[in-house]
Design a binder for this molecule. Structure first.
Ligand code: SAH
Length: 347
């Protein structure tokens, strides 16, 4: 079966040509797919015979809403999507003054092993397909009735561990006949897979790169992020400087504040030293409590911010949305998995 929604416009056109259809059908089908058509029957400007042929030869993914939580505090909506094979991933729709932003997942689970993160606890199950990534944006819009103007790749999974898919996803959502979301409205967050950062730099995409730093020194970073043992933070800073040189794009550094681990003044001083020569932006994230994790939120967020700013480093504290709905990384999927497990145990 052909996964049409994972194909570029050119590929869809070629697929249809191979079925004996004229070239203009390609754009028609592509447009329907990226409007979130729920079935081939909905594609009413296609001849009936073609719709039948598409049904026989192509898949059309439509994720099911397995759970949905709406924050009473700020309207943030969290979706747990059930995919065709029964696996689940999360997306979060956040309303900001600059527009609605959807945070989407790139993998089912994650194999990066960050010690404070709920998404990685049970490891990685599989990569998502480009269509499954596009679907998260499409069906979030359709279900919520709200138009999405920004996308952040900060949900479950490591985007640079599924980079070919992510690049294809970017091409699809960027397409004028698709969602038409500009690269400058897209952010990609990585735990620091250096070859992926280098590839993005070479491509010179206008998206915003976020790097999950969480510690500027190797010792601390290796303790909380196993990826640091493969790609040391020193090399990571060098890759970031090279990225900035190549693209001219400011990098955003994510920093989850963990009590007594990465919230010391000397670490703020070290960050400032390492960012010299590059207009970095540090985004301090109050740690979300994950039940399975030994880490506690830092009480030094404001002091750490002031310390960074005293060195001329731009630092902001991330406003926490959806505090009442488990709206951070992997928590809803984790909870659903736990409940399913308990359900099985009690049978
Ligand atoms: N794998 C990518 C993207 C997904 S995580 C990455 O590592 O960047 C999105 C962000 O949430 C990352 O910065 C991640 O480190 C952070 N995060 C994970 N668990 C968290 C927690 N319990 N509290 C605060 N931030 C967390």
């Amino acid at each position: 079966m052909i996964d049409l929604k994972s194909q570029t416009l050119q590929e869809v056109t070629d697929t249809l040509k191979a079925m004996g259809e004229p070239a203009f059908r390609g754009r028609q089908v592509f447009t329907w797919l990226h409007k979130g058509a729920g079935s081939f029957d909905e594609m009413t400007n296609l001849p009936k015979a073609l719709r039948e042929k598409l049904k026989e030869t192509c898949t059309l993914t439509v994720p099911k809403v397995a759970r949905k939580q709406v924050s009473k505090l700020d309207g943030t909506i969290k979706y747990l999507w059930e995919l065709a094979d029964g696996n689940c991933v999360e997306s979060v729709l956040m309303q900001y003054h600059h527009g609605n932003t959807v945070c989407i997942s790139s993998q089912v689970g994650c194999r990066m092993g960050c010690a404070f993160c709920a998404s990685t606890i049970a490891g990685k199950v599989r990569d998502l397909t480009p269509a499954e990534m596009v679907d998260q944006v499409l069906f979030t819009q359709i279900d919520s009735g709200m138009e999405v103007s920004n996308i952040v790749l900060m949900g479950i999974g490591e985007p640079l561990d599924n980079l070919d898919t992510v690049l294809r996803f970017l091409e699809l959502v960027n397409h004028p006949d698709g969602l038409n979301i500009g690269m400058r409205h897209i952010s990609l967050s990585t735990c620091g897979l250096i070859p992926g950062i280098q590839r993005l730099a070479e491509l010179g995409l206008q998206l915003t790169l976020s790097v999950s730093l969480h510690a500027p020194d190797s010792e601390t970073r290796s303790k909380i992020m196993p990826v640091n043992r493969a790609y040391d933070v020193e090399e990571l800073f060098a890759a970031c400087h090279a990225y900035f040189k190549k693209t001219g794009r400011r990098i955003s550094f994510e920093y989850a504040m963990i009590d007594g681990v990465n919230d010391h003044d000397w670490q703020a001083d070290l960050i400032a030293r390492k960012l010299k020569g590059m207009p970095g932006h540090v985004n301090l994230i109050p740690l979300n409590d994950v039940a399975e994790s030994p880490f506690k939120p830092s009480r030094r967020v404001a002091a750490f911010q002031r310390r960074l700013e005293s060195h001329g480093v731009t630092a902001t504290v991330r406003r926490s949305l959806g505090g009442d709905i488990d709206a951070s990384c992997g928590q809803l999927r984790r909870k659903a998995m736990e409940e399913a497990r308990k359900g099985e145990d009690s049978q």
